[in-house]
Design a binder for this molecule. Structure first.
Ligand code: ADP
Length: 832
């Protein structure tokens, strides 16, 4: 579209609005005018009718008064007699004079033009003033009827040949009642000049008016006669006549019996508003009328004002709408100017882009021919403009990408635009990767493709490098022998490498729903949290700790853990890199080392104590043996003394032997030389013997030793190493004896699940819990001090433990200080 030819649209709505407002205004004016006219007309009609009524009343009144005058005169006996005498004696000058005086006063008092005295034959006997002494041809024919009827009569207006002015007569019959009350002796004719007494009544108008007038009319055969003087034509009384055919004349209408108010044309051919009424008692009609022009003159003035106001109103509306239109036009042109300015700026901008853009910009027609290209395109493809414009797209596409063109164009068509990567070829057949952004544009109804291309050689190579380096780092992470984790800011696990999965026992996918708290030993969690907060806050550069982890199989491992913060480019904390090294075996070795060191120290201490004990335990019997052996050599010994000394020597030797046996046994146990000698054994009888031995051996009667057997004698024949079993029980019972000052010692066995469970129970001094775990160790004694209360080497229980285990069983102790101890051990039950 040519913008320069653009014109503002015709403001039809405004024009129509203007026409409607104007027509509306004219219509309102018209209606108003009509209404006003109607109102004015009806007011005028009412006024005319009222005036008409008033005048008819006045005329009727006037006529009645005249007839009353007549009645009064006719019945005035004195005057009638005087007239009668004069008629009979006309020569009586004195009487004549007297009568003339009476007539004169009559005229002056009653306002008549002249008066005639007639005899009953109609002859004028006397007249005053004397120049009017004739009666006209109008009156004469009426006289006989008047005489006959003997009633005063007021004649119609007339103009007779003998009396040359328009007048009417009041004829009064004179009856001399003193003579004969039926005889009319004469007549009195009083002539009325209507100019003087009637017309003023008719012509007067109560309000000032230029054209209003009242008319008296009557019919005269096929004509109408105007009786009074007219306002607009002078001296026409009884002369102006109009034909009855002039139907528009209000006077004609009145004669035709139309009463009320009408519009008509008066005798001057001027339109008038008229009111017609008949005057009662006479054949006269009253027409009151006024010119329509006068009626409407006020309105016309008003209407002129209204028309001026309406014109001004329409003009103002026109001005207002015109102003609006002018404003619209101004805006239209301003917008057009701005659009044009923008367009020019755009064109300039576009040309600039085309020329200097760093991207290749092509315009292709719908058949994919190049129709426009920017400088950068020519430079990139190495063609001249002449060569390039009109070239097919295929020419700049690498051969291997040609098959994709159809699909790519389809996408552009479908979505109006599309972005894709492809490979383009230069004139010298070198290729380069390009990112294309193509868009459909419609120019003057034809389809084009606007294509912006960016050489992405550099980006591709950067991308490749980046990809490679990413891949390398991914591999380092995934395949690293070090266990590594990447967590988010909230410590949720984002990635875990294979090494970590193996370490902790969870798959990477499982770990992704975890945080470190899920597999950290509870002892370390609070420390971890504090340190990680400090790390996040930048208080420490790196967090290193050694802590325990709980594996999926619930086993515990130790991990040397290092946590690093990875920051985003903005310097915000983005990830945590956690590296864990499994140090469980080192930790264990360290613990073992500490334990064995402690053990070695303990052993050393025990051995020292042992040596001390052993030397004491050996020296005591040895001293006895040596001492009493020397005493045996003394001469003079009595037999009892001799036996006593030998007995002491024997017991001390046994004690010594027992100590040596214990040492030898433990030495054998330690060197693994102890062998089992499994034989048939009668358990019940062996235990009974043991019971008897100890009952015999015990030194006090404070202690009761009791045995309970769990099997019948028949079933108590079993296969085991009886010597060792008895040695175990002996050791335990000996200990009980040694550590029980009073109470009882119970021992025995019961059968439990193919095992024989032996027990030795005493009510002795007991063992506190801190020692119960250690008393089975070699050389361990609860009271290991030099000032020992009880003898012993600390070997008995360790030999018992070694033998029980050799026999396939297990030994334990439960004890409470001052209450007593219960030793329990098992051996398999193998019936013989
Ligand atoms: P010893 O030769 O010292 O008795 P043992 O190995 O038989 O050596 O016992 C080790 C230690 O166990 C004893 O010194 C004693 O302190 C404690 N012990 C063993 N049996 C009992 C017991 N029945 N009551 C209290 N303490 C006992």
């Amino acid at each position: 579209m040519n913008a320069e030819r653009q014109k503002p649209p015709t403001p039809w709505p405004m024009i129509i609005l203007f026409i409607v407002i104007s027509l509306g205004t004219v219509f309102v004016g018209f209606v108003y005018n009509n209404y006003q006219k109607k109102t004015l007309l009806s007011e005028t009609q009412l006024e005319l009718s009222a005036i008409s009524d008033l005048k008819i009343r006045q005329i009727t009144q006037w006529r009645l008064e005249r007839l009353g005058d007549g009645q009064f005169l006719g019945e005035n006996i004195l005057m009638v007699r005087k007239f009668s005498e004069f008629i009979q004696n006309p020569s009586d000058k004195a009487l004549q004079k007297d009568i003339i005086q009476s007539l004169k006063s009559l005229i002056e008092n009653f306002d008549y033009k002249n008066v005639l005295l007639l005899d009953n034959q109609g002859n004028v006997k006397l007249a005053y003033p004397d120049q009017y002494d004739l009666i006209g041809d109008h009156l004469r024919p009426l006289l006989s009827d008047i005489i006959k009827n003997r009633k005063a009569v007021l004649t119609d207006l007339h103009k007779a040949s003998l009396v040359g002015f328009v007048h009417l007569d009041l004829i009064v019959p004179l009856i001399d009642q003193s003579l004969n009350d039926t005889l009319v002796i004469g007549l009195l004719a009083l002539r009325v000049d209507p100019q003087k007494v009637l017309y003023p009544l008719v012509q007067s108008w109560p309000t000032p008016s230029k054209s209003a007038e009242s008319l008296l009319i009557r019919r005269d055969s096929d004509k109408i006669v105007y009786l009074n003087e007219l306002r607009h034509i002078s001296n026409v009384g009884l002369i102006l006549k109009k034909s009855m055919t002039e139907e528009m004349l209000p006077a004609v209408m009145a004669i035709r019996g139309i009463t009320g108010t009408v519009n008509g044309i008066d005798y001057r051919n001027v339109p008038v508003v008229a009111s017609m009424k008949k005057i009662p008692g006479i054949n006269w009609f009253m027409v009151t009328k006024i010119d329509r022009d006068e009626v409407f003159s006020v309105l016309n003035g008003q209407m002129k004002m209204v028309i001026i106001i309406l014109i001004l109103f329409i003009f103002t509306i026109g001005l207002f709408l015109g102003f609006l239109w002018w404003n619209q036009r101004a805006r239209f042109y301003r917008e057009k100017y701005e659009t044009e300015l923008n367009r020019l700026a755009l064109v300039k901008h576009f040309n600039y882009i085309l020329k200097f853009a760093n991207d290749i910009i092509l315009l292709l027609d719908k058949d994919l021919n190049i129709v426009e290209a920017n400088d950068r395109a020519l430079e990139s493809y190495m063609y001249s403009r002449e060569e390039f414009i009109g070239m097919k797209l295929e020419k700049i596409r690498a051969a291997e990408t040609l098959s994709q063109i159809t699909e790519q164009i389809r996408k552009v068509d479908e979505n109006e635009s599309a972005t894709f990567e492809t490979i383009h070829v230069r004139k010298d057949n070198s290729v380069f990767p390009i990112e294309i952004s193509s868009r459909v544009v419609n120019i003057e109804g034809s389809k084009y493709y606007q294509t912006i291309g960016r050489d992405i050689t550099e980006r591709k190579s950067v991308e490749d490098t980046l990809k490679e380096s990413e891949e390398r780092f991914r591999k380092i992470f995934e395949e690293s022998p070090f266990s590594m984790l990447i967590t988010g800011k909230d410590f949720s696990i984002i990635r875990a490498n294979l090494s970590f999965s193996n370490l902790i026992g969870y798959q990477e996918e499982e770990l992704k729903s975890f945080t470190f708290r899920n597999f950290t030993h509870p002892d370390h969690i609070s420390d971890d949290e504090v340190s990680l907060m400090r790390l996040t806050a930048g208080e420490i550069p790196v967090y290193h700790t050694e802590k325990r982890y709980i594996r999926k199989d619930e086993s515990i491992i130790w991990g040397s853990t290092t946590v690093n913060v990875i920051h985003s480019q903005k310097g915000e904390v983005q990830f945590f890199l956690v590296m864990v090294e499994d140090v469980t075996s080192r930790r264990k070795a360290e613990a073992d080392l500490i334990a064995s060191k402690e053990k070695a120290e303990e052993s050393d201490r025990l051995k020292t104590a042992f040596l001390h004990n052993v030397s004491h335990e050996i020296r005591t019997p040895m001293n006895a043996i040596i001492g009493f052996s020397t005493l045996l050599t003394e001469p003079g010994l009595s037999e009892p003394e001799h036996r006593q000394y030998v007995d002491i020597i024997f017991q001390s030797s046994n004690q010594l032997l027992s100590i040596i046996n214990d040492i030898v046994d433990i030495a054998n146990v330690e060197s693994g030389q102890v062998k089992l000698n499994i034989r048939e054994m009668n358990l019940n009888s062996s235990l009974k013997r043991l019971n008897e031995q100890f009952s015999y051996k015990k030194k006090t009667n404070n202690i009761a030793i009791t045995l309970s057997t769990g099997l019948t004698d028949a079933k108590a024949i079993l296969l085991t190493d009886g010597t060792k079993l008895i040695q175990i029980l002996s050791n335990l019972i000996s200990n009980s004896l040694k550590f029980t000052p009073q109470g009882h010692i119970k021992f025995g066995y019961s059968l439990k699940d193919n095992f024989l469970e032996f027990f030795v129970e005493d009510t002795g001094i007991g063992i506190s819990s801190e020692h119960t775990g250690k008393i089975f160790d070699r050389f361990y004694q609860v009271d290991g001090t030099g000032s020992r209360q009880f003898g012993g080497t600390g070997l008995g229980l360790s030999i018992c433990k070694a033998y029980v285990e050799l026999l396939g069983g297990h030994i334990s102790v439960t004890s409470e200080p001052e209450k007593g101890s219960l030793f329990i051990f098992t051996i398999p039950y193998l019936p013989a």
